[in-house]
Design a protein. Structure first.
Length: 271
């Protein structure tokens, strides 16, 4: 990848008018995004700028800025002569249950399709071996698949499975099934829980090409280590989701804690 040289041009000062409009535009953007995610508009065009300005009691310039922010996020697009439409609703997967992608969108069995890029036995790297509680160099099954939802690439999944559970999967329907479903239905291996870490990353050129996005586009990166119901780690996954097509949701319950004084007060008392 060729590095982009730094510009030697002096940065332009911010437009004061744009700065004044930015906060209201972001607030309107957030409201419209929530409406889009809840399916308010469906296949219909969004209201015209004048109508939105009246709805939010603001100016058309601010509405125009809010719509530009949504276009930058890939949520809407303007069709000349027809209006502004939602490009695609985001797929939402919950964090409160351990489910595969096809299990999450099970309303139609054909919604999720996989394109297998790699399915073979490889030696475990030190990191993979540590996660799966193996020795470095032990055989593991590596799977790499592009996963499509309703014909659009949604994620790039790289999985590493312990050889005894992964090798039998090489003869199974990896194009049409979740790994979770195959482990449980085909191998009779009940799964129990998973440890998950999530972060934001940028798409490198290879991943961007596979997911049909621009290089540098935002992705949700999820590392998931799945355990059997007896506590054995068997499936390590690195999943890169398109940021413009996917979101995670869940519920967090508050656990009562004893309030503690901050260090500032202690410092002031000592001073």
């Amino acid at each position: 990848m060729t590095a982009t040289p730094f510009s030697t041009a002096r940065p332009r000062p911010p437009d004061p008018g744009q700065s004044r409009r930015s906060a209201p535009a972001r607030r309107i953007r957030d409201v419209l995004r929530a409406r889009i995610r809840s399916g308010v508009y469906g296949d219909r065009p969004l209201p015209a700028e004048a109508q939105l300005a009246a709805d939010f009691t603001t100016s058309r310039n601010i509405v125009r800025d809010a719509l530009a922010l949504l276009r930058d996020e890939g949520l809407i697009d303007r069709v000349p002569g027809a209006g502004t439409f939602v490009v695609a609703e985001k797929a939402v997967q919950g964090l409160d249950r351990l489910r595969g992608l096809a299990e999450t969108f099970e309303t139609r069995s054909d919604r999720v399709v996989n394109r297998v890029l790699l399915a073979e036995v490889v030696p475990a790297t030190p990191l993979v071996a540590e996660r799966l509680e193996l020795e470095s160099g032990d055989p593991v099954v590596a799977l790499e698949r592009v996963r499509y939802l309703d014909g659009t690439p949604l994620s790039l999944d790289a999985s590493y499975l312990s050889a005894d559970v992964g090798i039998p999967l090489l003869d199974k329907d990896l194009d049409g099934c979740d790994v979770f479903g195959l482990l449980e239905a085909e191998l009779g291996l009940p799964l129990g829980s998973a440890a998950v870490a999530i972060e934001a990353v940028a798409a490198d050129p290879t991943v961007a090409g596979l997911l049909q996005v621009r290089a540098g586009s935002p992705l949700l990166f999820l590392e998931r280590l799945t355990y059997t119901d007896s506590g054995r780690p068997v499936d390590l996954e690195y999943i890169r989701y398109r940021g413009d097509r996917f979101s995670l949701s869940g519920r967090l319950d508050r656990i009562p804690v004893t309030p503690r004084r901050t260090g500032n007060r202690d410092h002031n008392e000592r001073g």
